[in-house]
Design a protein around this ligand. Structure first.
Ligand SMILES: [Zn+2]
Length: 408
C-alpha cells in the first residue's frame, strides 16, 4: 500500500490488532454474529511524511451509513466543550449576524446550535442521514453529503464562503485526507479561519490508547504529519492548542496560504520542536508500540479472567467503538462480561460486534448489582463515575484498562 498523503511505499507496521468487525456496526440479533464480516486491523507508518494510517480495507460508505449510531448530543461533556468553544470563537473571530459558519461532520447539530442561539448564520455538512435529520429538527441548514473538494467547489460557486469552518474529530475519518483538506482552502473567505480538533498521536503512543484504533479511523495525526499535509493543500497552520478531549487532542487553526496577513503563533514552532525531541520523526518510536499494546491487553485479560473465575459479576459501561477494539483484541466475550450499558436508545437491545455482548439500558444495573463495571470510553470516566455513584452502595468498583489497569 502507498501512503495516503505522500504516496511513498509503506514498509513499516505500527500495530496489528488482528481481524475484527467494524467497531460501530452493532448487531441487531445475536444470530448475525456467525455471519459477521471481519477485516484486518493493521496500522502502518509512513517514514517520509510520518502519517500513521490504517491498511486500506473498508469502504468509507460502509462505515458512515444511515444506521450510524453516534449522536454527539448524548454526552454532556461534548455539549459543554462545544458551547465553550463557540463562545470563544465568537469573541476571537468577532463573529456576528453577518458572518457565516460551516461545520463539517456536524452530526446532530450538537455544536452549531450554539451559533444559532447567537443568531449567527451557519451550515452543517453531515453524510449520515439519521444524525443530519436531528440537526435539521434543531433548525440548522444541513447538507447530507461527505465533504470533498468537489462539494467545496459547488458551495464556492453558490457564494457560501465561510468566516469560520469547524471540523472536529473528523480528519481521521476521511480516507482521502488531501482531497478533504483542499476543500477547506476553497470554502474559506480570504481572511477566514478553519479549525480542526483531532486526537494527538503523541498521546496515543504515550498513554497506550491503542483502543482508539479502528477501521473508522483511517489516519492518526502528529502535528508534524498534519503540517506536511496542510502545506500541500493550500493551508497554513497559524496556531495550535492542546485540549483534553479524547485523552489529549490538538486544536489547530489554519488560514489560506495566499492570505498575506498571516501571523503564525510561536506555539506552532514549539510543538514541532517538542515532537521532534520526542521522536515523532523517528521510526524507532513506532516500531515499539505493539509491545505496549500487548502489555496492556495481557494485564486486562488476567484481571478479568481471574474475577470471572471468582464468580464476580462483571459488566461494562459505554458501547463505544474503542471498547470493541479492546474487547475483540483481548478476546473477551459475553461469558465474562454479561452486558454493556449505554444511554443511547438506538444502541440498546443490540449486540457488540465481535464479542456479541448485549447492550442494555442503565436501569438494569440496580437490579443486577455488578461487582465490577468496566468503563470502555475512559475519556469520559469522570462523568460516568459521577453519574453511577449509587453503585458504591453495594461496593461495586470501576475498572479502566488504559493507559494501565485501574480498579477503584
Ligand atoms: Zn507519507
Amino acid at each position: 500500500m502507498k501512503c495516503r498523503n505522500c504516496k511513498s511505499q509503506l514498509n513499516h507496521q505500527f500495530a496489528d490488532l488482528g481481524s475484527t468487525p467494524l467497531a460501530n456496526s452493532l448487531l441487531s440479533s445475536i444470530k448475525q454474529l456467525k455471519s459477521e464480516k471481519h477485516y484486518k486491523l493493521k496500522i502502518l507508518i509512513c517514514n517520509k511524511c510520518w502519517l500513521v494510517q490504517t491498511l486500506d480495507q473498508v469502504k468509507h460508505s460502509k462505515i458512515f451509513n444511515n444506521d450510524y449510531v453516534y449522536f454527539s448530543s448524548f454526552s454532556k461533556y461534548w455539549l459543554n466543550h462545544s458551547r465553550l468553544f463557540v463562545d470563544k470563537a465568537i469573541k476571537n473571530f468577532k463573529l456576528n449576524e453577518n458572518s457565516f459558519v460551516v461545520e463539517v461532520a456536524s452530526n446532530d447539530g450538537y455544536l452549531l446550535q450554539y451559533f444559532k442561539n447567537h443568531s449567527i448564520p451557519c451550515l452543517g455538512i453531515e453524510p449520515t442521514k439519521n444524525t443530519a435529520a436531528k440537526s435539521e429538527e434543531k433548525g440548522i441548514m444541513t447538507i447530507k453529503e461527505f465533504f470533498t473538494e468537489s462539494l467545496a467547489k459547488k458551495l464556492r460557486k453558490k457564494k457560501y464562503l465561510a468566516d469560520l469552518i469547524i471540523a472536529n474529530n473528523v480528519l481521521a475519518h476521511v480516507p482521502d485526507v488531501k482531497d478533504f483538506v483542499k476543500g477547506f482552502a476553497l470554502l474559506l473567505k480570504s481572511n477566514g479561519v478553519a479549525c480542526f480538533e483531532f486526537p494527538h498521536l503523541y498521546n496515543l503512543i504515550k498513554y497506550k490508547q491503542f483502543d482508539t484504533i479502528y477501521h473508522e479511523h483511517f489516519s492518526y495525526f502528529s502535528f508534524i504529519s498534519v503540517n506536511n499535509i496542510f502545506k500541500e493543500c493550500g493551508l497554513k497552520i497559524i496556531d495550535v492548542e492542546k485540549i483534553q478531549s479524547h485523552g489529549g487532542s490538538l486544536r489547530i487553526y489554519a488560514q489560506r496560504k495566499d492570505n498575506s496577513k498571516i501571523k503564525i503563533n510561536n506555539r506552532v514552532k514549539n510543538l514541532i520542536d517538542f515532537e521532534k525531541k520526542n521522536g515523532i520523526n523517528n521510526l524507532k518510536l513506532y516500531l515499539k508500540f505493539q509491545e505496549k499494546i500487548d502489555g496492556v491487553t495481557n494485564k486486562f485479560k488476567k484481571f478479568i479472567h481471574k474475577a470471572s473465575a471468582e464468580n464476580k459479576k462483571i459488566i461494562a459501561y459505554g458501547a463505544a467503538a474503542k471498547g470493541n477494539t479492546l474487547l475483540n483484541y483481548a478476546e473477551i466475550k459475553s461469558d465474562v462480561i454479561k452486558y454493556v450499558v449505554d444511554l443511547n436508545p438506538s444502541k440498546q437491545n443490540k449486540f457488540m460486534p465481535g464479542s456479541g455482548i448485549p447492550i442494555f439500558e442503565e436501569k438494569i444495573i440496580k437490579e443486577y448489582r455488578p461487582d465490577y463495571i468496566i468503563i470502555l470510553p475512559w475519556n469520559l470516566k469522570d462523568e460516568i463515575k459521577s453519574n453511577l455513584k449509587y453503585v458504591r452502595n453495594w461496593g461495586a468498583k470501576f475498572v479502566t484498562a488504559i493507559p494501565k489497569l485501574d480498579i477503584s
